[in-house]
Design a binder for this molecule. Structure first.
Ligand code: ADP
Length: 486
């Protein structure tokens, strides 16, 4: 019987295929690294042909594991967002490198638009800011600098990574889901399709862009695995994780602590407008109706631990940070503001630099490591304050990502935020969310609530720290941040 769900989870550094049973049990997983190309300072590119070939190879392994395409009910795709691919509709081959979300090449363009006073209007329409992060700015740069794109004329196709994968899987279906489309700067947050004014601003040819579709449905089928498999679920990775954490009601919030940290709060069915430089984005679109999220990101989370390990040599493994943090009763007055690549929301200070402050002869390696872990809860506290000011305070927080394997950090989050923190036993919430959408799209589940049966049990961390200790730490942190953003 067809009941397994195949997820393609295309990340920044690796691509993966995972196989799920409707119970949520993960039956197998196969990953491959993706080559990172850094052709110059601030430039990050991927080879779209490699993304496709490695993703396909991983998928083939999982189809074999399932016992053939006949056992698979549907494919769900989730992807690194904002990365943009350019290809030839006739040959199906890339026309240029894929420009990765981290790439800053459109910074000068963004500055020009901001100086021309464009940002408030763009934010009101899209929920986003004029930052190189977003795909539209990358398209504008590419159309101006890569003549082969203009020369391709009506053969040019442009899309985010899920769009590229669907094209390759189906042999020419050109669609994108509304969550990915909502990260391009080309789609009005509240309305149906691409906006003419925004397409003009970012020099994006309408005919090159995909059709915007729901996150679940029967979009098309692939025949590449020796039998037909429908593609039924599509969502950007952070939206998929929010769905995988079952944040279905307004106000429900998830935070992923990986290389960076991403927080999304379900904002209901009216497009939100942030007054505190948070992003407004589509959380999902089902039956042509959109549900929205407010999103905030912290640029440096797990990468701080990697930096302490690889560049500073303070630790040998990420996991030893837990015992080190526990080995001292407090931070001893030490604060680490991890602005190693500027400060993200709610500060948005690209030029801020990190600081380690409050050191004395009694400070030890353990204090510094503890300060590094404490920075996660403190940055989260800053975000919570900004979300609350935008009318989206958190009552509890569902966490995932590689860092929350650290029990000390999960408890510290609960303590500093003053709310319960829930951690699922199955940490791959992004893939789970894509599986849930595929399950809804193919009719295996009636709706997302029914699909939530795929989620397993979890652990809750209750806040324990007393109010005064919490207040003192936040004051110390605020003073340290002020010195960095000044
Ligand atoms: P990504 O998906 O962004 O690649 P992951 O979710 O896999 O990241 O998380 C990996 C990050 O988590 C790494 O930066 C690593 O330093 C950090 N990390 C892993 N285990 C721990 C731990 N026990 N304590 C603190 N940080 C950890």
């Amino acid at each position: 019987m067809r009941e397994l769900l195949l997820v393609l989870d295309e990340g920044t550094t690796s691509t993966r295929a995972m196989l799920f049973a409707p119970s949520g049990e993960c039956l197998g997983s196969n990953a491959a690294e993706l080559t990172q190309h850094y052709p110059g300072p601030g430039l990050v590119e991927h080879d779209a042909a490699e993304i496709w070939s490695r993703t396909f190879a991983c998928a083939q392994a999982m189809v074999a594991k399932a016992g053939g395409p006949g056992a698979i009910a549907a494919i769900g795709i989730t992807n690194q967002r904002e990365t943009i691919v350019f290809w030839d509709k006739k040959t199906g081959e890339p026309l240029a490198p894929a420009i990765v979300w981290q790439d800053r090449r459109s910074a000068a363009l963004c500055r020009q638009w901001r100086e021309a006073g464009e940002e408030p209007g763009v934010q009101a329409r899209t929920g986003l800011l004029l930052d190189p992060y977003f795909s539209g700015t990358k398209i504008a740069w590419a159309m101006a600098n890569w003549p082969q794109l203009r020369e391709a004329g009506d053969r040019l196709a442009i899309g985010t990574v899920e769009s590229w994968l669907v094209w390759k899987l189906t042999g020419g279906l050109h669609i994108t889901d509304a969550t990915n489309a909502s990260r391009t700067l080309l789609m009005g947050l509240g309305s149906g399709g691409w906006s003419d004014g925004l397409l003009d601003m970012f020099s994006a040819p309408r005919d090159a862009l995909p059709e915007i579709v729901d996150c679940a449905g029967r979009f098309g089928t692939t025949k590449l695995f020796g039998g037909e498999i429908p593609i039924c679920g599509l969502a950007g990775d952070q939206q998929a994780a929010t769905i995988g954490q079952a944040c279905f009601a307004k106000g429900e919030t998830k935070a992923t602590y990986g290389t960076g940290a991403f927080v999304l709060t379900n904002a209901g069915t009216t497009p939100p407008a942030s007054k505190h430089r948070l992003l407004a984005t589509v959380l999902w679109q089902l039956g042509s109706r959109r549900t929205y999220a407010i999103e905030g990101s912290v640029f440096v989370a797990g990468s701080l631990i990697q930096w302490l390990r690889d560049s500073i040599g303070l630790i040998e493994t990420a996991s030893e940070t837990e015992a080190l943090a526990r080995s001292v009763p407090d931070n001893g007055g030490v604060y680490l503001v991890p602005a190693l690549s500027g400060l993200g929301a709610p500060w948005w200070e690209p030029d801020a630099r990190a600081s380690l402050s409050g050191l004395s002869f009694s400070s030890t390696r353990a204090h510094i490591v503890r300060a590094a872990l404490e920075a996660m809860a403190l940055q989260s506290h800053d975000l919570k304050t900004a979300f609350a000011a935008d009318g989206a305070d958190w009552a509890r927080l569902r966490v995932d990502g590689g860092m929350v394997a650290n029990d000390w950090m999960a408890q510290d989050l609960a303590d500093m935020l003053g709310i319960p923190v829930d951690r699922p036993a199955f940490a791959e919430t992004t893939a789970l969310g894509a599986a849930m959408l595929a399950g809804v799209g193919c009719g295996l589940f009636r709706d997302l609530e029914a699909a939530a049966q795929m989620r397993g049990p979890g652990t809750t961390f209750e806040p324990q720290l007393d109010v005064d200790a919490r207040k003192a730490r936040i004051e110390g942190w605020n003073a340290a941040v002020e010195r960095v953003v000044r």
